[in-house]
Write a protein that binds this ligand. Structure first.
Ligand SMILES: [Mg+2]
Length: 190
């Protein structure tokens, strides 16, 4: 039995790309067409060049709706159910604030995503160590770098905001769930 760890946003959730990204569409809805993405930063304040207070107001109004309605990757659902059937454990660690636990649990149940534990914590490396995870998959480079430094296999899920990561910062880069499946099969399930 192995414990496999996954981030939620941008890894289990299919947020869409560019103009079709669910967050971007919500920005347009909220601010109108005038809002422009000026960089691919992970941080919305930098990505949209808007002040903290404005982003804060947007997030308060929209976060719960997005977390409830974002679609998951179907391949992720199938693969996680397969891992569970084979007796492995699935540990989810999300930086979403604890106040979104109920929303998150409902979303996971609604989408038939199995898990053994769900942590709401943005300091992921100590948890990954404590849980003795074999592997963790995240799209946020800071997490991947810290988890790799802790000695755990850390896969970077490719997103617009992490394209300039350097190879020493992650164990491997994965572009989609096919890559994740291949990696896990090759290293742990053969
Ligand atoms: Mg993420």
């Amino acid at each position: 039995m192995y414990k496999f760890g996954f981030d939620i946003d941008g890894v289990l959730t299919d947020e869409g790309n560019n103009e079709n990204n669910i967050w971007h569409k919500s920005f347009i809805n909220h601010f109108g067409e005038k809002v422009k993405k000026v960089s691919n930063s992970y941080d919305f304040r930098e990505a949209y060049n808007l002040p903290d207070s404005v982003i804060e107001e947007f997030l308060i109004k929209n976060k719960d709706k997005i977390f409830s309605s974002v679609p998951p990757y179907q391949e992720a659902i199938d693969f996680l159910n397969n891992l569970k059937k084979q007796g492995h454990k699935i540990i989810l660690i999300t930086a979403r604030h604890e106040e979104f636990r109920e929303t998150t649990e409902k979303w996971l149940d609604k989408n038939n995503i199995p898990y053994d534990k769900l942590y709401h914590d943005d300091d992921k490396a100590p948890l990954a160590l404590n849980e003795n995870l074999k592997i963790f998959i995240d799209d946020h480079l800071d997490n991947v770098r810290e988890i790799k430094s802790a000695g755990i296999t850390a896969l970077l899920f490719t997103r617009e905001h992490n394209l300039n990561a350097t190879e020493d910062e992650y164990t491997a880069r994965v572009d989609n769930w096919q890559d994740i499946k291949e990696y896990i099969y090759n290293y742990y399930l053969r």
